[in-house]
Design a binder for this molecule. Structure first.
Ligand code: URA
Length: 242
């Protein structure tokens, strides 16, 4: 026997609607537990042994998990790779079968990466409509033009005509910058600096939405998100910022 949870939570966590929608569905007789119609959405079920169906289809339960990883260099943001270690390989001892990285960092980029099996949250955080901020620290070579900040703030057009959303640049030193972007196009940060005549020599992601890389983690280390981090991140995923 596993830990019992409420039926409405079970179905909400599996993406079957909000708790109130699930309560309505139960009242209408759309939910069965072990073959019996269940109208009380607040009853408890055992995710390991009870059979839950909604609209005649079984809904199996997988616990949602959330890890913050300090991705090191030379590891790829994928679940499988024939040549390199993957970020999922780093989660030793966890039940990793269904975990995947939310977005990608290049092999030579390090820093914050969220790993989860929550497809709905991942989709929200990656949706360009949600405008979730991603902040990077970069060490660059070359001379930035005097109006680099303004060019990035206006929304750059890359040489291949890719149009980018506005980005915020903060210059920390001659060769060190912080850049905040709201999308995640292929090699985006590197290509933005290249378009301005510079080269990125080192790139590290510091944050994604409200989630900030825990600086007590060393490259390759990870930990679970706290409840507070998770709640704030879900809030970022829900909002459509402009
Ligand atoms: N932009 C890049 O160029 N590389 C990354 O890994 C992330 C953002």
């Amino acid at each position: 026997m596993g830990e019992k949870i409420r039926l409405d939570r079970y179905l909400a966590e599996m993406g079957k609607g909000s708790r109130s929608q699930i309560r309505q569905a139960a009242k209408k007789g759309r939910i069965q537990v072990n073959g019996q119609t269940e109208k009380q959405a607040d009853r408890k079920v055992d995710p390991e042994s009870d059979q839950v169906c909604m609209d005649g289809r079984p809904v199996s339960y997988q616990k949602l998990e959330y890890f913050m990883l300090y991705k090191p260099q030379n590891v790829v943001s994928a679940t499988e790779d024939s040549r390199y270690r993957t970020v999922v390989d780093l989660l030793e001892g966890e039940n990793r079968r269904d975990l995947f990285p939310v977005g990608r960092l290049d092999r030579d980029t390090e820093g914050l990466l969220l790993l989860t099996n929550d497809g709905e949250l991942a989709h929200q955080l990656l949706s360009p409509r949600r405008h979730v901020d991603k902040t990077y620290f970069a060490r660059i070579t070359g001379q930035l033009p005097a109006d680099a900040r303004q060019q990035m703030a206006a929304g750059m057009t890359l040489p291949d005509q890719t149009i980018l959303q506005p980005a915020r640049l903060r210059i920390l030193a001659e060769d060190e910058v912080l850049l905040t972007i709201q999308e995640g196009k292929f090699h985006q940060v590197k290509r933005m600096f290249e378009a301005l005549g510079c080269r990125v020599d080192y790139l590290k992601r510091l944050s994604m939405g409200s989630l900030v890389l825990d600086e007590t983690l060393k490259p390759g280390e990870y930990r679970r998100l706290t409840d507070e981090e998770l709640n704030m991140l879900k809030e970022c995923g829900r909002k459509e910022n402009h």
